[in-house]
Design a protein around this ligand. Structure first.
Ligand SMILES: [Zn+2]
Ligand SMILES: [Zn+2]
Length: 285
């Protein structure tokens, strides 16, 4: 295996040890206060798949079975099911923490064309949308208080991405992003932060849009990602995270989200299923 990336090279952001066959999330990769971030979990699947597949990772799918223990060695198991596809599970004490697959071929398009164009249409904002973004003042709420140190969205996460989304229309939540050089992999944005950036950012509008009541919260259930070309880290125009809630069916909420360049190139497309739970369950208390 000659795969090497930010997630498996020795360093502060290493999460995968291919030789020892374990993954281990350090404290700064938390989502809820005491467990791992679901987006990071999906991101590390790109590294696990890349270590096992002949060609570049094109798609992955991850299901989260239970809170991901932090600072704990978790065994991973990889099984080749097709020439271009592997099943991957991550376990703790024999119980599945994560399960899913990684493929170097597109299994089926992640999103309908219509959804993709709607997201892509916001790669550049109209003056009215930019104005709405600029004027938006976030009121502190459960996502900024209960998840203050979440790797992806936590406003107090010193080693995190601190991605706070804002509405630019009644449906679309948006954020520009200039990734720090910490997240570079050979001059390009590494897969783990690129995939993780589309985790809780996809849930940012739930309370504002009334998809969740004030006494409800949610946990990531599944995350599917489709990978396009990695953006150069020195992309002076920055990147855009563009999200839209699709629908809520009972206790499940479905969202579509993408990481784009201003020219409309899709670097990562994400599709998440969120499970409605009480705020206490979401926080892990
Ligand atoms: Zn790797
Ligand atoms: Zn978050």
């Amino acid at each position: 295996m000659n795969h090497s990336c930010l997630s498996c090279r020795p360093g502060p952001d290493r999460v995968v040890d291919h030789q020892a066959k374990v993954v281990n999330l350090s404290q700064h990769f938390r989502g809820p206060p005491t467990s791992g971030n679901g987006g990071v979990a999906a991101g590390l699947y790109a590294c696990l798949g890349a270590g096992a597949l002949m060609n570049e990772v094109a798609q992955l799918s991850v299901r989260l079975h239970r809170p991901i223990p932090l600072k704990t060695d978790l065994d991973f198991h990889i099984e080749q099911t097709e020439a271009s596809k592997v099943d991957v599970s991550v376990r703790h004490s024999e119980a599945d923490v994560l399960s899913g697959w990684v493929s170097s071929a597109i299994q089926e398009p992640l999103m309908e064309d219509e959804t993709l164009s709607e997201l892509r249409n916001h790669a550049v904002l109209s003056p009215e949308q930019q104005d709405r973004f600029d004027r938006y003042v976030e009121v502190p709420g459960p996502s900024s208080i209960d998840f203050a140190e979440c790797f992806v969205c936590g406003p107090d996460a010193k080693l995190g991405l601190r991605l706070r989304m804002r509405p630019v229309t009644d449906q679309i939540f948006w954020r520009d992003w200039h990734p720090d050089h910490r997240w570079a992999d050979d001059g390009f944005l590494a897969a783990l932060p690129a995939i993780a950036a589309l985790d809780c950012t996809s849930a940012a509008g739930f309370h504002l849009n009334g998809v969740l009541d004030q006494n409800e919260s949610c946990l990531l259930g599944t995350y599917d990602a489709q990978l396009g070309p990695s953006p150069p880290i020195n992309n002076s125009g920055g990147l855009r995270i563009i999200s839209r809630t699709r629908e809520r069916e009972g206790r499940k909420i479905f969202t579509d989200i993408g990481l784009f360049s201003p020219n409309g190139t899709a670097h990562v497309l994400g599709k998440a299923t969120w499970i409605v739970v009480s705020p206490e369950v979401a926080k892990g208390t």
